[in-house]
Each structure stands twice: as structure tokens, then as C-alpha cells.
Design a protein around this ligand. Sequence first.
Ligand code: NAD
Length: 267
Amino acid sequence: MGLLEGKNALVFGLANDKSIAWGITQAFHREGAKLGISYAGEMLERRVKPLAEKVGCQWVEECDVTSDEQIAAVAEKAARHFGRVDVLVHSIAFAGRDELTGPFYNTTRDGFKNAMDISVYSLIAMTKAFLPILNPGASIMCLTYYGSVKVAPHYNVMGVAKAALESSTRYLAYDLGPQKIRVNAISAGPIRTLAAAGVGGFRDMYKHFADMSPMRENVTIDDVGNAAVFLASDLSARITGEVLYVDSGFNTVGVQMTGKENQEKSE
Ligand code: NAD
């Protein structure tokens, strides 16, 4: 029997088959969850619908999370289709390309607001909208990155947004704890996705990561999917307000050695 058998799981943030949301969707499907998928706009429909078909998902809904009306409408549609929901995945972020290159002090007021609105406030808005139909024991999760706690060059305003997202995770976990609803974040190592392509110097960072992480390996969307299964399942029943790192151990290393020294260590 799958770990998510009997659970209704909604995944927000599927763009294509490179998306972390796709790794999560496939892992949830493998573990027997009944799935719903939400995506951001008409332009993505063409890519998302065939993926949804692959996992037998019949609930595929558009939702731009900058709109309270759209969030309310999608929650209403979920209530009609599923009745109640056990798992809510927020795999959504956005910052303009200009904000993700050059110095952080060039961040514009609009760019800051936009990044915080789409990447952070949306988790709060979604939680509120779905709360009436969440089952006790439900699990909410979002995706974050280490640039929230340490400087990752070019990550800029998104690092600040991820810090706010992680903090929001803790505040939501506190609010919903008495209702036995859990809220956690997965902090994934760099993965080549559409969103990542917008971050200046991502290629170098991606390569550096594989050289420097204790496990000397990059992270895949399947790795994140498997961690998401754990957080969605009853196996993590008493875990809330946490940031779970899926990063080959990268965040645990305080002092980075040069390539040569690192090489010697692994020989
Ligand atoms: P992705 O581009 O596949 O996913 C980002 C999603 O956000 C897209 O589906 C996009 O449509 C959606 N989105 C953007 N604006 C939206 C809006 N207004 N309304 C609704 N949806 C909107 O890239 P990804 O890397 O899979 O990103 C998913 C999550 O994982 C993000 O929170 C990202 O910050 C996080 N993350 C990514 C990495 C990485 O290296 N790729 C690492 C750690 C965390």
C-alpha cells in the first residue's frame, strides 16, 4: 500500500516536466495519492495538461496567486471535486530577471513587492483559503532555498523572500498546530528549472554545488519528491514548522575547500 493512499493532494506550481512540482506530483502518484494540479496561466496549459494525464489527474486548474479571487475560486473548485484536502504543496516563486542579477541594492520597490507577493504572501493566502476544507492531520509544504540564510550571489531579493517564506512557515505552523495541521518547508539544492534559469550565475552555482556538497552530487526533482512524500505522509505526523534540507548536505559545511583539496578528500 502506498504511503499516501486515501489522501487528496493538491500541487501548485507545475510549469513543465523539469519543475520541482513535477517530481513531487510523480512521487505522490506513486504512493497512491489522489491528485489535483494547479498552474499559473494559459501559456502553461499546453505543457501541464499532458503531464496531468500521465498521472491520471482529473483536476487541473489555473490559478494566478496574485489574485485573491482566483485563489478563492480554486479552493471552491477543490471543495466541489475533492470534498476535503490532506496535502497542499506550494511550489511557486517569482522575481523579475533584473532583480536576480547585479547588486542587491538595485532591487526596486516594485520588484521587492512582486517577489514577496508571489513567493511568500501566496502561501499565507492559500493556507487561509484552503483551511476550511483541510482535514485534521493535513500537511502543507512549500519550497525554499539556502539563499534565505546565507548570501547566494545574485539570488538577491529571492533570498529575502525565502527568509520570509521560512518564517511564514513557522507562524502558520504555530497557528494551525492545535488543528493538527502541519506546515513545513523543503530547502532544495539547486536544480535546473525554468525558475532557476532566471538567477544570474546559476550554472556556476550548480556546478560548484556538486563539487562542494559532502555527497558530491546534485539534487534531482525525484529527491525532492521523495522528501515531500515523507512530509505529506503520516510518518511525519509530529513534524511542523521545520525546514527540511534536501541538498546533499551542502548547508552543513561551514568552510569550503578549494577544488583540489576537495578532490584529495574524496580520493
Ligand atoms: P518552476 O519554474 O518549474 O516553478 C515555479 C512555478 O511558479 C511555475 O510553475 C510558475 O508558473 C509558478 N508561478 C510563478 N508566478 C506565479 C503566479 N503569479 N501564480 C501562480 N504560480 C506562479 O521552477 P522550480 O525550480 O520548480 O520552482 C518551484 C519552487 O522551488 C519555487 O518556490 C523555487 O523557489 C523553489 N526552489 C527551486 C530551486 C531550484 O534550484 N530550482 C531550489 C530551491 C527551491
